[in-house]
Design a protein around this ligand. Structure first.
Ligand code: MN
Length: 432
C-alpha cells in the first residue's frame, strides 16, 4: 500500500487556536453506537475531533484554549483499566498520549467535570456543540455560570456559546496535500471496485450481490469500508433517492443505479453509475442517459477556481431542462422550464456537495457575500440525475420506473479541476 503523508494536526491546531482568539473549543469523541443489546457497530470517530487531534478512539474530550498562555491543548482520556482493556483493547498511558498527540496536558476523563469549567470560564466564547455529549454540556453550563461572575470583575469571561463548525468548517472545506492523498486513494479504490462489480450487474442477480461485490472490493483494497450505505437500486427503486435496502432482484429491462464510495484513512469517495441490466440501452432511456451525461459535462466545465457550486448546479439544470424538452417530457422553451422550476419534478436534488471526512462534508455553499467561490483544494461531487417514478411521465411512458444518476468527485486545482474518479467512464456499461 502506498505510503501517505502524515496529517498536519499540529499545524491545524495552530490555526484553530489563532481563530479562537479570546475563546475556547470543546470537542468530545463520538459515542459508541449499538446495533441493539450490547453489540457495537465498528467505531466511527467524530470528524471534528479527528480533524483537530487525530484521536480516533471513543471516550475522549479535547479542549483548545485560544485565550490562554498555557495548556492551550488539553486532552481528557480514559485511564488504563485492565478489565475494560480485555474487551476493547489496550490503552496508552497518560504520558504516552501526551507525547503522541502533542498535548500540553492530559488528564483522566473522570476529572473532566471537576477541571473543565475552570479551564473554559476565562475565555469569552466557548465553541461546543450542545447535545453531542451530556458530560460536555454540563461542563459548558458550569463554565458559563462561572464566566458570568468572572467577566463582571475581570472584563473577560465565558458568555457566548458558539458552534465549533464556525471555526472548523471553513478549514475543512479546503483540503491540504495529505487529505488530498487520502481522497485520491479512496477514489482509486472505489473506481477499481466498480470496475470489478459492474460486469456482475445482470438480470436475475440480487441488488445485494452487487452491494457485496462492491464492498468486498473496497475492503480487499485496504479501505476501512463503505463511507455510506451503498445504494444498488434496480428499476423504480432508483427513484427513491436514498434507497439502501438493496433487497430486490434485477429485472431484464431494468436500469440499475449504483451509488457507493470507499472510506480510506477516514476520507470518503462517492461515485454513482447507472447501467442497463441487458448491457444495452435503446430509445428514450438511451437518450435520458445521454442527457444526464451532457449535464455532467456542462457542470464539469463550470468547475474552476472562482466559480461557484451554484454555477455548477445551474449548468447541470440547464442541460437537464433542455434534455427534458428535447425528449418531449415537458414543453419548452428550456428557459421557461428553468424559470418555472418544472425540471425539478425529474431532477429534485442539488448537483454537488462537499466531500471529505464526511460524505456530506460541512462547509458553506453561500455566505453573507453570496455564493462561496471555489478555490484550489476544495473537493465536491458532481451528480446530475433524472428520475421518472411510476406514473410521473405519461408523455414518455417507457421512461417510467427508471432513475439515472452519474456522480464523480472533483478537486479544484490552480488550473481548473481534476476529476478524482475519472478512471471510471461515465458511459461504462452502456453499449456504444
Ligand atoms: Mn453524493
Amino acid at each position: 500500500m502506498t505510503e501517505l503523508p502524515p496529517l498536519p494536526f499540529q499545524a491545524r491546531r495552530e490555526i484553530i487556536l489563532s481563530r479562537l482568539e479570546g475563546g475556547s473549543m470543546v470537542l468530545p469523541a463520538a459515542p459508541v453506537q449499538f446495533m441493539g443489546g450490547d453489540s457495537e457497530y465498528r467505531y466511527r470517530p467524530d470528524s471534528e475531533l479527528l480533524y483537530a487531534t487525530g484521536w480516533a478512539a471513543p471516550d475522549c474530550v479535547a479542549v483548545l484554549r485560544g485565550f490562554a498562555d498555557e495548556d492551550r491543548f488539553v486532552l481528557f482520556v480514559p485511564e488504563r483499566d485492565a478489565k475494560a482493556e480485555l474487551w476493547t483493547g489496550p490503552r496508552a498511558d497518560v504520558e504516552e498520549v501526551c507525547e503522541r498527540f502533542g498535548a500540553d496536558a492530559v488528564h483522566p476523563l473522570r476529572e473532566l467535570a471537576e477541571r473543565g469549567p475552570g479551564m473554559l470560564a476565562g475565555g469569552d466564547t466557548i465553541h461546543c456543540r450542545l447535545g453531542a455529549s451530556a458530560g460536555c454540556d454540563g461542563v459548558v453550563r458550569e463554565a458559563l455560570r462561572r464566566g458570568r461572575v468572572q467577566r463582571a470583575r475581570k472584563g473577560a469571561g465565558a458568555h457566548v456559546l458558539a458552534d465549533p463548525g464556525a471555526v472548523l468548517d471553513g478549514m475543512r472545506v479546503r483540503k491540504d496535500e495529505a487529505e488530498i492523498a487520502r481522497m485520491r486513494e479512496a477514489a482509486r479504490i472505489t473506481v477499481e471496485a466498480f470496475r470489478d462489480a459492474l460486469p456482475g450487474v445482470r438480470a436475475g442477480v440480487g441488488e445485494w450481490e452487487v452491494e457485496a461485490a462492491l464492498e468486498s472490493g473496497f475492503r480487499r483494497r485496504g479501505a476501512g469500508g463503505p463511507a455510506f450505505a451503498t445504494i444498488v437500486a434496480a428499476g423504480a427503486n432508483a427513484c427513491t433517492l436514498h434507497y439502501s435496502a438493496n433487497g430486490s432482484r434485477i429485472g431484464p429491462d431494468d436500469l440499475v443505479l449504483i451509488d457507493a464510495g470507499a472510506e480510506y484513512g477516514w476520507y470518503a469517495a462517492d461515485i454513482t453509475r447507472t447501467v442497463p441490466a441487458s448491457g444495452r440501452l435503446e430509445g428514450a432511456r438511451r437518450e435520458a442517459h445521454e442527457v444526464v451525461r451532457r449535464a455532467r459535462r456542462a457542470a464539469m466545465a463550470a468547475c474552476r477556481p472562482g466559480g461557484t457550486v451554484e454555477e455548477v448546479h445551474g449548468e447541470a439544470c440547464r442541460a437537464i431542462a433542455e434534455g427534458l424538452v428535447g425528449m418531449g417530457v415537458v414543453d419548452g422553451p428550456a428557459d421557461e422550464v428553468l424559470a418555472e422550476k418544472r425540471h425539478q419534478a425529474f431532477f429534485p436534488h442539488q448537483t454537488s456537495h462537499w466531500l471529505g471526512l464526511d460524505t456530506h462534508d460541512p462547509g458553506l455553499y453561500r455566505d453573507g457575500d453570496g455564493p462561496v467561490r471555489l478555490e484550489p483544494g476544495m473537493v465536491f461531487t458532481v451528480e446530475p440525475g433524472l428520475y421518472f417514478a411510476p406514473g410521473s411521465c405519461p408523455r414518455v411512458p417507457e421512461l417510467e420506473g427508471t432513475g439515472i444518476r452519474i456522480e464523480d468527485d472533483v478537486l479544484i486545482t490552480e488550473e481548473g479541476a481534476e476529476v478524482l474518479t475519472e478512471g471510471l467512464p461515465a458511459d461504462i456499461g452502456v453499449d456504444g
